[in-house]
Ligand binder design. Structure first.
Ligand SMILES: Cc1cc2nc3c(=O)[nH]c(=O)nc-3n(C[C@H](O)[C@H](O)[C@H](O)COP(=O)(O)OP(=O)(O)OC[C@H]3O[C@@H](n4cnc5c(N)ncnc54)[C@H](O)[C@@H]3O)c2cc1C
Length: 455
């Protein structure tokens, strides 16, 4: 047995240290399966903070890299193993430690699944708003690692806005608390926020204090069909400009609609060029939908169909949630862009993306959290075809370049990982990169935490 495995097992039960290569290989990568990944020396599944501290102390003593993992639903290779690393999977630390209705907070371990937390707090009349489409699988630790968003973020904001405090194990095994449990607090630098979106590169989140909201009224949705993506994006601008606050404002282009229909047989209108879904969870959602429906019609919608009730609204959401999986089914592999632009530039991004798809002869479907300007142009390709893979990568990059040109960012919610790391420096510029490297050096001087990601 290697020194590493022996040392890990000193304070971990046998079933918490996996070394069979057939098993460890299955932890090698997240959902960006085409990104490079190595075989871990071990996969460790701790249940306690002390066990995590032991793993980090051992890794530091033996200078072995550690890759933290949640549910591996990430889309940028940020949870991918490096050759010979320790994969530190937090999925067994899945307890909800406290739900506090007075303070409207929850205290959770990192392996709690997003939807499990949502349902649990619902019992108290509370909600945890960040709702990635992967919510039935992804973990709170992974959501914090990526700073994830979701469908209702247009009204309720993203993960960063709900993380009040953290317990974090540093690479040398020290345990640090950041932030607060209170509604307000400005003591010192905001290290809590620093960990949100850090992609496991600064420390291991072992406990999180999360803010909750009262459960809003059930939302009602409408679907608006448009003869062009331009018209749909114009409707998005009109809705936002008019002061409406939808609880959801999502767009699917024709390619995506066809893919969703192929997969789910839902019968979405797939001859239309773009479908906009808008929802309201206000006191009078029907009135808000009528006003937004009129704005859609004025922007050129050919059809505006309000859902008949909550069940039909939920069905429309399900259709949107299945978009990425549906596009993946087109060729088996996708490269998913995550470019976020100012809403006013959404139409330019979609038009540019269509031109890039045509130039490279590829299928690129776009679904978008349109109200946030956050688009997911999804490049469908066959990874066994070298030429097609090259075109896929080129088109993926060209979409990011276009996003930056339009004043946007290369990633609104999926993170940088391996997939976009060449692009991070382009977006940040040399001074910002230097400061970020300095921060990394302070937290992880030996560079053992999730190396090869971000920079
Ligand atoms: C079908 C589908 C739909 C999706 N829809 C959305 C969406 O709408 N919005 C969105 O934002 N994302 C979406 N995603 C992407 C993904 O689900 C999110 O990025 C999610 O937050 C990842 O959570 P995870 O538990 O799978 O984390 P992982 O993929 O395992 O890890 C993600 C990152 O967090 C780090 N990490 C994990 N746990 C810890 C920890 N305890 N401490 C420190 N670092 C940690 C990892 O090292 C890695 O860098 C989607 C993915 C799929 C497959």
């Amino acid at each position: 047995m290697s020194e590493l495995i022996e040392a890990l097992r000193e304070e971990l039960p046998a079933d918490a240290v996996l070394t069979d290569p057939d098993v460890t290989r299955s932890y090698a990568h997240d959902m960006a399966s085409f990104c490079e990944a190595g075989t871990p020396a071990a996969v460790v599944l701790p249940r306690t903070v002390d066990q995590v501290r032991h793993v980090m102390r051992t890794a530091t003593a033996l200078r072995v890299p550690v890759v933290p993992q949640g549910a591996r639903t990430g889309l940028s290779g940020a949870a991918n193993a490096g050759e010979g690393c320790v994969v530190l999977s937090l999925v067994r630390m899945d307890r909800i430690l406290e739900i506090d209705p007075v303070n409207r907070t929850a205290v959770v371990e990192p392996g709690v699944v997003n939807a499990v937390l949502s349902r649990a707090v619902n019992e108290y009349g509370l909600s945890y708003p960040p709702d990635p489409s992967s919510w039935e699988e992804c973990t709170i630790g992974g959501n914090i690692g990526t700073g994830s968003g979701g469908l209702c973020c247009v009204k309720y904001g993203v993960t960063a806005e709900y993380v009040l405090g953290l317990d974090v194990v540093l690479p040398d095994g020290r345990l640090m608390s950041t932030g607060r449990s209170t509604a307000k607090g400005v003591a010192g630098y905001d290290l809590t926020r620093l960990f949100v979106g850090a992609e496991g590169s600064l420390g291991i989140v072992v406990r999180a204090v999360l803010a909750l909201k009262p459960v809003p009224p059930q939302q009602l949705a409408l679907a608006a069909e448009f003869p062009s993506t331009d018209a749909a994006c114009e409707a998005v601008c009109r809705i936002m400009e008019s002061g409406h606050v939808p609880s959801l404002l999502e767009l699917m282009d024709n390619t995506t609609l066809r893919a969703v229909n192929d997969l789910t047989k839902m019968g979405l209108p797939d001859t239309t060029e773009a479908l906009l879904l808008a929802a309201f969870d206000t006191a009078d959602p029907a009135a808000d939908l009528a006003a937004v429906g009129a704005l859609c019609a004025a922007a050129g919608a050919s059809e505006v169909v309000p859902a008949e009730g909550h069940a039909e609204s939920e069905l429309l959401l399900q259709a949107r949630r299945s978009a990425l999986v549906a596009l993946e089914a087109v060729t088996g592999t996708t490269m998913i862009d995550d470019v976020c632009v100012p809403r006013s530039k959404l139409a330019d991004l979609l038009k540019g993306t269509a031109a890039i798809a045509e130039k490279h002869g590829l299928t690129i479907g776009v679904c978008a959290h349109a109200g946030d300007g956050n688009t997911h142009p999804t490049v469908c390709f066959d990874p066994t075809d070298e030429e097609e893979s090259r075109h896929a990568r080129e088109s993926f990059d060209e979409i990011m370049a276009l996003g930056l040109e339009l004043g946007g960012t290369i990633t609104g919610e999926h993170g940088v990982g391996i997939l976009k790391k060449e692009w991070l420096a382009r977006e940040l510029g040399p001074v910002n990169v230097e400061m970020q490297r300095g921060i990394k050096q302070v937290f992880d001087p030996l560079g053992l935490l999730n190396p090869g990601k971000l920079f």
